[in-house]
Design a protein around this ligand. Structure first.
Ligand SMILES: CC(C)(COP(=O)(O)OP(=O)(O)OC[C@H]1O[C@@H](n2cnc3c(N)ncnc32)[C@H](O)[C@@H]1OP(=O)(O)O)[C@@H](O)C(=O)NCCC(=O)NCCS
Length: 184
């Protein structure tokens, strides 16, 4: 196991073969994927894992698999990524999260993301990170707010990968600068 970070309840680590099945199940769950344009097939889910692992090899950071310390189950991901599309805030490093439905409501996303933000600033020495999501994704926005990220309506943008008129096109951008972050 290649551990990137650990928190009181979680291990954030590189991906393992055993993560693929539960990750594909999450990505096929309409509740988990409510604010994404489509569910992922098993093949697309596996391709996403491959892409994340290539990113780790190239950059040294990425979206970490999240494992529950107690019992070792796979919960989803929390980590850092580099958006490929162009927008007014790119290039940038984004902090993001996606957890299985049964792992919601327990503070796991916030716990993992707080440790990941500390890692981004203290270890990777990033000056700032962003996070974005469809305007309607209030659960994710609450995680951003709990992390101390701030939202300025002027940063609202239309996601360039979604067609005009798509319900999820409007996105909000939250920002966090190293000096604003209260390290845990
Ligand atoms: C976004 C997502 C990760 C948020 O998960 P979450 O569990 O709501 O977020 P947190 O880990 O911060 O947990 C907060 C909740 O846990 C509760 N909680 C329980 N124990 C807690 C603890 N020890 N510490 C903090 N919160 C705790 C909080 O009261 C809050 O509950 P509420 O939602 O009823 O108000 C999850 O909804 C998800 O995976 N969604 C699908 C994927 C997605 O949209 N990702 C973002 C795309 S940009």
């Amino acid at each position: 196991m290649i551990v990137i970070l650990s928190t009181p309840r979680l291990i954030l680590r590189r991906w393992q073969a055993s993560d693929r099945q539960p990750f594909a199940e999450m990505n096929a769950d309409p509740q988990v994927m409510e604010f994404f344009p489509s569910l992922l097939t098993r093949e697309e889910s596996n391709q996403l894992v491959d892409k994340i692992e290539v990113g780790f090899t190239q950059r040294g950071f990425g979206l970490c698999a999240v494992e529950l310390r107690a019992g070792g189950s796979f919960l989803g991901f929390v980590g850092l990524s580099v958006p490929r599309f162009q927008a007014h805030f790119t290039p940038c490093v984004e902090i993001g999260w996606r957890l299985a439905r049964n792992a919601w409501g327990q503070g796991f996303a916030t716990e993992g993301a707080t440790a990941m933000a500390a890692y981004a600033f203290n270890t990777l020495k990033l000056e700032s990170i962003v996070s974005f999501t469809a305007e309607q994704n209030l659960r994710s926005r609450r995680v951003m707010e709990r992390l101390g990220m701030t939202f300025d309506p002027i940063d609202t943008f239309d996601h360039p990968n979604l067609p005009e008129g798509h319900l999820l096109r409007r996105h909000v951008l939250y920002r966090l600068r190293a000096e604003e972050f209260a390290s845990p």
